[in-house]
Design a protein around this ligand. Structure first.
Ligand SMILES: [Zn+2]
Length: 254
């Protein structure tokens, strides 16, 4: 007989798709096990007292049975929900970018719990219509958690301290080259402006709490360009396009 296990866990629904006529599959980010993929049977057919309303971007308490790595949810109770439904397009596409990045990395390491709370915090900011800052913040904290944040304090080639200014980020070596060293070698690069490097350093060294609001000075300083540059840098690692980016750019009209 196959062994059946019962799980009781908290998680954030980060993506879902219909499966057959009545069932739905969810990717659920958990604090300790990374992403759990689970099916809810007959979700569209009956109302069931074991289930609160369930959709993407909700924090819920789940009960599931697992056998052969196949996870069936039989109870889901709401803990926190961030968005009014239907979710507005800009909020949805921003949330989806967070979800896609989380799924693309999904490494199981000691930072899982940190990422879990980071995703919750970022969804809250997005629900308060803070878009670009949230996305850049998430990119930076994810890179740090994965240990692939670029070197921006010293030149990777000559080890000299980087003075304020615009510099080339070497994508392959994942760090800044000073202007002298940039002249000597050719490499795939991104140009980072002085202001962008300052923001990278600031966000790297700062943890903002849940209650960040739209009037915070720093949220206004973050521009789409920095998001796009970090996105290019991340794609260099993951080799994956983000489907939600085009939708976000369209909805931001940029
Ligand atoms: Zn150098």
């Amino acid at each position: 007989m196959q062994k059946r296990e019962y799980l009781n866990f908290e998680g954030i629904t980060i993506s879902s798709y219909e499966y057959g006529e009545f069932d739905k599959i969810f990717n659920i980010l958990s604090p300790h096990k990374g992403i759990i993929t689970a099916i809810i049977k007959r979700i569209r057919k009956t109302s069931n007292k074991n289930f609160d309303y369930i959709d993407i971007f909700q924090k819920m308490n789940f009960k599931a049975s697992v056998s052969d790595n196949f996870c069936i949810i039989y109870e889901a109770k709401s803990m926190e929900t961030w968005f009014e439904r239907p979710i507005k397009l800009t909020n949805l596409s921003s949330g989806n970018i967070i979800a896609e990045l989380t799924i693309n990395f999904n490494s199981i390491n000691e930072n899982n719990n940190y990422i879990y709370h980071l995703v919750g915090k970022c969804l809250k900011w997005i629900s308060n219509d803070i878009f670009l800052f949230t996305l850049v913040y998430f990119q930076i904290k994810l890179l740090l958690a994965e240990g692939i944040f670029p070197e921006i304090d010293i030149c990777l080639n000559c080890n000299n301290k980087i003075q304020p200014g615009d510099y080339l980020l070497n994508l392959i070596e994942s760090g800044i080259f000073c202007n002298e060293c940039s002249k000597k070698t050719k490499f795939s690069s991104l140009k980072l402006l002085e202001q962008e490097i300052r923001l990278l350093k600031h966000i790297k060294n700062t943890e903002y709490d849940n209650n960040l609001n739209r009037n915070n000075i720093i949220t206004k300083k973050v521009k789409l360009d920095l998001y796009k540059k970090l996105s290019t840098y991340i794609k260099f690692y993951t080799n994956k396009e983000l489907k939600s980016e085009k939708i976000l750019f369209t909805s931001l009209n940029k």
